[in-house]
Design a protein around this ligand. Sequence first.
Ligand code: TIU
Length: 226
Amino acid sequence: MNTSPSPLVVEAKPYVFEFSLETCALLIIDMQRDFLEPGGFGELLGNDVSQLRLTISPNQKLLSTWRSRGAMVIHTREGHRSDLSDLPDAKRVRGRSATGIGDPGPMGRILIRGEPGHDIIPELYPLPGEPIVDKPGKGAFWSTDLHSILQNNGIRQLVVTGVTTEVCVNTTVREANDRGYDCLVLSDCVGSYFPEFQEAGLRMIQAQGGIFGWVSDSAKLLAVLK
Ligand code: TIU
């Protein structure tokens, strides 16, 4: 007799996403001060952080409900060692910016672990016991122990939120897909500095029958978590 509980079913594109809270983790990508706060690295690169800040409130509501259901939460942060030994030269010089990774900025050294700007915004701060994955690249799997953490906790599916949609979220979803995870991306909980990339970044996940995963929004997920 099959005694496993029936899956939760979320309305999504290209078709419903079915999951169980025991085998699904909420993966929040890089909601760091350097990307989201005025004066951080993102703004220094010439970006409008207000687009990303729209994702804070929906992420707060989702995180609070997800925690209340006792399901797994994992946070990631993009950044580097203070001696820059894990920073490829290609990444360091990219953009030809006068100020780059490791240089002093308004919130400490830019994208350096332990500096204020590298940390997660207070609105979504991790609770003790929630794993924080520090990643040197755009994808959350490359050069991290994320896959091992997910495997050890029996996780097969991911709800992915965070920033930015077309960079770290998309790279992570592609990495996850090739490792056998199902990913549900929530459109109002992921953000891009560029509206056209937000739209394309979401469309390319769900295209071709869900080539990389599913797309829905936080209201539809919250409706099945109540
Ligand atoms: N987290 C993440 O997306 N890192 C980036 O550098 N994104 C940009 O869009 N620049």
